[in-house]
Design a protein around this ligand. Structure first.
Ligand SMILES: [Zn+2]
Length: 462
């Protein structure tokens, strides 16, 4: 982790704040960072002795993106040929499931290192990883390695502790391998261990633990779903899981439980401002109202949803109803990229394609990917650029022909999308990308380790 230093960002072309409405833009103000926090935002600030000055001409400043749904281990499973043209079920059965027992903690760490490097170089400063490589006879060490890896990069990290329980042995992920799901005691014991070692309650926490069974429907019996909610709330931890990603998911719930997925989770005490769901692609208006009324959030993952043909989440309707919305890249085995710029660009476009040009604005999409993420994760000190907030911010360089000719450069990263370069990124005032590079990162070694990992995961005998 780099040293904390006071920093003055001078002369950016524009500053986006992550806030809504007229406060979404702060103009071209300078930003002073003292002791890891934003101390001043005003034009014409003069450098103090000992301050590092960053010249941000031809650049725009954004709050660091907050990625609220990822599966970092999938960074070694990009473009697996047998899963390229499959829907969610076929893809799960042919890409991650047959390889679950191949992921040693070391291989998962190589994947996580690769994923975090890509996240940082797209401007992400907080990552919530839904990590579900847990089974009855396996090690729980990978969770610890993920926290270690995040600390090496200086990244704010939320471990959503996944997995499946007991009667889930019919789960296709387990029937594909010889793996057995954990018992409730195993899962809860590890959650308590992780909480005592890593979890911070503060609004600027660098480390959080979340209770996150892989799905509420397929991964555990309903009684244990409710019990896990009680466990999480007893420990003061948030709740996260996948919900209503495909029409099949809705059909399963209707057939097995005679209700809609949001009704099912409501019945088992899985709604509230301490819960957020990944995807929520297939929702009825009544379900949207339930999410809004309870303050339950979502992680919108439009690229993965498009890639797997799952559909387009009714996010403009959710926003209208007041559902807290955030963005997630999902695992890169169903995205091929872990870039939040790519995700934001797609989020901006895809609802307009379906619902018309007023369905999204660039400012709203920036809000979802920054302040919205902070809200669903309960990290009140990040996600916006305002005085007093932790200095989690990214400086995008616009010195490339594709960014010349803009009438409004403030929104260029979202509306033009990639390629775009992060010149600087900081987390709590510490530079995690400095002059375009991650300090100390050995890219050649990373490439070699990734290639070696791919070899180990490539051939699967079904
Ligand atoms: Zn996912």
């Amino acid at each position: 982790m780099t040293q904390l230093q006071d920093i003055l960002i001078k002369n950016p072309a524009a500053v986006m704040t992550g806030l809504r409405g007229p406060r979404a833009r702060a103009g071209s103000v300078d930003i002073r960072i003292v002791n890891g926090r934003i101390a001043e935002m005003a034009a014409g600030l003069v450098a103090n002795p000992g301050e590092r000055v960053i010249d941000a001409r031809d650049s725009v400043v954004y709050p660091g993106w907050i990625n609220t749904h990822h599966h970092l281990f999938q960074n070694l499973l990009k473009a697996v040929p047998e899963g390229m043209n499959q829907d969610l079920q076929g893809w799960l059965a042919s890409v991650p499931y047959p390889r679950l027992n191949r992921f040693t903690p070391q291989l998962a760490q190589i994947a996580a290192r690769l994923g975090m490097a890509e996240l940082l170089l797209s401007g992400v400063t907080t990552c919530a990883d839904h990590h579900y490589l847990y089974h009855a006879n396996g090690t729980t060490e990978t969770g610890d390695l993920l926290f270690d890896t995040a600390e090496t990069f200086g990244m704010r990290f939320v471990l959503c502790r996944g997995g499946a329980l007991e009667s889930a042995s019919a789960h296709p992920g387990f029937s594909k391998t010889a793996l057995q799901p954990e018992t409730l005691d195993q899962m809860v014991g590890d959650i308590e261990r992780l909480k005592s070692l890593y979890h911070q309650d503060t609004p600027d926490a660098m480390r959080r633990v979340v209770v996150a069974p892989t799905t509420p429907t397929f991964s555990l019996p309903p009684t244990l779903l409710r019990e896990l909610a009680h466990t999480a709330r007893g420990l003061g931890l948030r709740l996260h899981t996948h919900l209503s990603e495909t029409q099949n998911y809705v059909n399963f719930c209707r057939e097995k439980y005679n209700c809609l997925p949001v009704e099912f989770v409501a019945e088992h005490e899985w709604l509230g401002p301490d819960v957020w769901f990944a995807h929520a692609v297939h929702l009825q208006p009544a379900e949207i109202r339930m999410l809004a009324q309870t303050g339950t959030g979502i992680s919108h993952c439009p690229v993965s949803n498009a890639r797997l043909g799952s559909g387009i989440a009714p996010v403009p309707q959710m926003q209208e109803a007041g559902v807290p919305i955030s963005l997630g890249v999902d695992g890169v085995a169903s995205n091929e990229s872990g870039s939040m710029v790519g995700e934001a660009h797609t989020a901006w476009l895809i609802h307009r394609a379906e619902q018309g040009a007023s369905a999204t604005t660039a400012e709203e999409v920036i809000h979802w990917g920054t302040a919205g993420g902070a809200q669903v994760l309960g990290l009140g000190s990040v996600g916006t650029l305002e005085i007093g907030q932790a200095a989690d911010l990214v400086i995008y360089g616009l010195d490339h022909p594709r960014f010349f000719g803009f009438h409004d450069v403030a929104i260029a990263p979202v509306v033009a999308g990639e390629p775009i370069a992060v010149r600087y990124s900081m987390i709590g005032g510490r530079l995690v990308v400095d002059d375009g590079v991650i300090p100390g990162l050995d890219l050649e070694r990373m490439r070699a380790e990734a290639w070696e990992g791919v070899q180990q995961l490539m051939h699967v005998v079904d």
